[in-house]
Design a protein around this ligand. Structure first.
Ligand code: R2B
Ligand code: URA
Length: 299
């Protein structure tokens, strides 16, 4: 998308609506002045958990030298009425999406309409998340070069009006490369580029042996994970395909950076300490904050 173009919503019905209620965001075109609330947004960070997105917003405020006046808590824009947590710090929106693609998809539809109604231009999206790694030290960050379904195809399939509709998962190569360029040899973690497989489930669809149900062997699991690894998959999570397909469909540039919590070639259970994981989960946004600083021309 050209940096000055407004966000294109490829749905003619929305243009004819006298009011658009963004139900799950607890926002609407008649109830809120969306252009004045959100019109200056240039970067949107999405991630699974509401609490982590609050931390992302606070981290961005600090990294971008944006003051939150003393005594003023960061405002969750949905005021607890929305399904998702939404924070705005200057040109950055941080919004949670829950787990898996149904939850993410609802948020993305309403986010895109929010950006459209607010008249935003030149917005870049980031998913900052957690994942299981393939052959990586836990705590490493993977920047996604291509998002794949559990069939190891770069497509996002939905059933619409009783038909399977496949949308291509396309991520902007330049944004991924620029994000990779924000990694530093001085970082206490490795950042690698690789393909990301998105499953609709944490257990069986990710080939785990430790769910309540499992009717395959450890050899079956390893054969699947190795097949994915041989294709260049370096991490497994639950939203990159939806993120890539839907952002591409509205011509928004997006990139995905996730920290690995476990090496799935070695095990399934997530056993690292809460303290380590808390620190690791800051890592993707460290890269994104550097990207945003560069793009805002901050030293
Ligand atoms: C990563 O972590 C969550 C599952 O634990 C899921 O949202 C994902 O993609
Ligand atoms: N999130 C996932 O979806 N899978 C993992 O293994 C870890 C986090």
């Amino acid at each position: 998308m050209a940096s000055g173009s407004p966000i294109h919503i490829p749905n003619p019905h929305v243009q004819g609506m006298t009011e658009d209620v963004l139900y799950h965001l607890a926002l609407g075109t008649n109830s809120h002045d969306l252009p004045s609330m959100f019109g200056d947004l240039k970067f949107v960070c999405v991630g699974g958990s509401p609490r982590r997105m609050e931390k992302v917003a606070l981290y961005m405020a600090d990294a971008l030298d944006i003051d939150i006046p003393t005594g003023m808590a960061l405002n969750n824009i949905g005021h607890g009425k929305a399904r998702y947590a939404i924070y705005k710090v200057g040109p950055v929106l941080a919004i949670s999406h829950g787990m898996g693609r149904p939850s993410m998809s609802i948020m993305m539809h309403e986010l895109f309409k929010l950006l459209h109604h607010a008249g935003c231009t030149g917005v870049t999206l980031f998913r900052v998340g957690t994942c299981g790694g393939l052959g990586l030290e836990p705590g490493s960050v993977v920047v996604t070069e291509e998002a794949l379904s559990p069939l190891l195809q770069p497509s996002y399939d939905q059933i619409i009006l009783g038909n399977v509709v496949s949308r291509p998962c396309v991520l902007d190569k330049d944004t991924a490369n620029d994000l990779m360029g924000c990694a530093s040899t001085e970082d206490e973690f490795a950042t690698v580029k690789g393909k990301t497989m998105s499953a609709d489930d944490f257990y069986e669809e990710q080939g785990r042996l430790d769910g309540a149900l499992c009717n395959y062997t450890e050899d079956d699991k390893m054969a699947y994970l190795k097949r994915a690894h041989d294709l260049g998959v370096r991490n497994i999570e639950m939203e990159a395909v939806c993120f890539a397909a839907l952002s591409h469909a509205v011509q928004l540039k997006g990139a995905v950076a996730c920290v690995t919590l476990v090496d799935r070639l070695k095990g399934d259970q997530i056993t690292s300490s809460a303290k380590d994981m808390e620190e690791w989960q800051m890592r993707p946004q460290k890269l994104v904050a550097r990207y945003i600083r560069k793009n805002l021309g901050l030293p």
